[in-house]
Design a protein around this ligand. Structure first.
Ligand SMILES: [Zn+2]
Length: 68
């Protein structure tokens, strides 16, 4: 039984780590300003609202589709 639990925990940790590194890779750094419209935002925030975030992600997706 212990083996199964260990394996499950190990797997859960691997998945969590993969998700965390994927988020880091996908996410731009917080600069203190909204990455979409340039408004000042709270420390650690990257957008002033979800619309700006969606805008930014749409621009990013379009940029990736264009091959860079
Ligand atoms: Zn904004």
């Amino acid at each position: 039984m212990a083996d199964i639990i260990d394996q499950a925990q190990e797997q859960a940790e691997r998945i969590l780590q993969a998700e965390l590194s994927a988020q880091r890779a996908a996410g731009p750094e917080a600069t203190g300003y909204c990455l979409a419209c340039g408004e000042a935002v709270a420390r650690g925030m990257r957008w002033c609202n979800v619309m700006c975030r969606d805008d930014y992600q749409r621009m990013e997706a379009a940029r990736r589709r264009n091959g860079n």
